[in-house]
Design a protein around this ligand. Structure first.
Ligand SMILES: [Zn+2]
Length: 279
């Protein structure tokens, strides 16, 4: 994608004004996740809509020429209270907007539109694409079980409901940050190992210099991936895990993740876990 995340985000900035804070937070994370995880640029085309704007929209196709685009009058849409957004796809030029729900610009055999909706649901939105009557494809909302009548009467979601969504968003964000950081560390380490080449002298020197880094990376991966712990060590990692255990890099041979075992195997094959024994 040639557009940066910042450019994509800035395109929606105006439409984010006036949204309920939790909806705003979810919308921002959603734009990010579409971009980084799916390679899909989305743009928010509608956020808060005043009741007068809603009435004007309702008139379309009824008292004003055009197609009917909504069944909601002023005060009857979640947009009127800052709890809904509409989106479209933003094309590569950063200017053109597409409502083509079958478009697959990132060529992963998944319509970009569906990918965006999947991410929106992860971020706590309900999609108008799932409504049984009058499917509203671009519409995303977060209503906490409140009807527009409730909103009109001045009711708003209670703190525990809102906080639950905020904490879910924080969790998602942390997981994204950790996996990005983690990946960077693994990439750096793998690049370093690749550079070591075949020479044992180079290997030995590097082990001394990099021992500390390797310790840290192994620690880090072990900690991060505990949630993905496997019950037993995979057969392919047996030797590497034993060597890492003997070298004091890991406390317990069991309970690691696939990633941990993979990186230990890489280290082992590069000869970085067996130097002491061989001398
Ligand atoms: Zn909408």
């Amino acid at each position: 994608m040639t557009l940066t995340l910042e450019q994509v985000k800035s395109k929606s900035a105006k439409r984010l004004l006036g949204l309920a804070p939790v909806v705003l937070a979810a919308a921002l994370l959603w734009i990010e996740r579409c971009y980084t995880r799916r390679g899909v640029a989305v743009i928010i085309t509608q956020g808060l809509r005043t009741c007068a704007e809603q009435d004007a929209l309702y008139a379309l196709g009824r008292t004003v020429p055009g197609d009917i685009v909504t069944n909601a009058r002023g005060g009857e849409s979640n947009h009127n209270f800052g709890y809904a957004i509409d989106f479209a796809l933003l094309l590569e030029d950063g200017r053109t907007v597409s409502w083509d729900t079958l478009r697959d610009a990132d060529i992963d055999s998944l319509p970009d539109w569906s990918e965006a909706i999947d991410e929106a649901e992860i971020c706590g939105f309900k999609s108008g694409a799932k409504w049984r009557t009058f499917k509203d494809m671009p519409h995303l909302e977060m209503t906490f079980g409140l009807s527009t009548a409730d909103f009109r009467a001045g009711k708003r979601p209670i703190a525990p409901q809102v906080n639950a969504v905020f904490s879910q968003l924080t969790k998602l964000k942390e997981a994204d940050e950790l996996s990005a950081e983690d990946k960077k560390r693994l990439d750096t380490l793998e690049a370093a190992i690749a550079e070591l080449g075949e020479s044992r002298d180079v290997l030995k020197k590097s082990v001394l210099e990099q021992g500390n880094t390797i310790d840290k990376v192994v620690d880090r991966v072990a900690g991060l991936e505990r949630r993905a712990a496997l019950p037993t060590v995979p057969v392919w990692a047996d030797k590497a895990v034993k060597a890492a255990h003997d070298a004091g890099l890991i406390d317990m041979p069991n309970g690691g993740s696939v990633d941990l075992y993979r990186i230990l195997t890489v280290l082992y094959r590069a000869g970085l876990l067996a130097i002491d024994e061989e001398d």
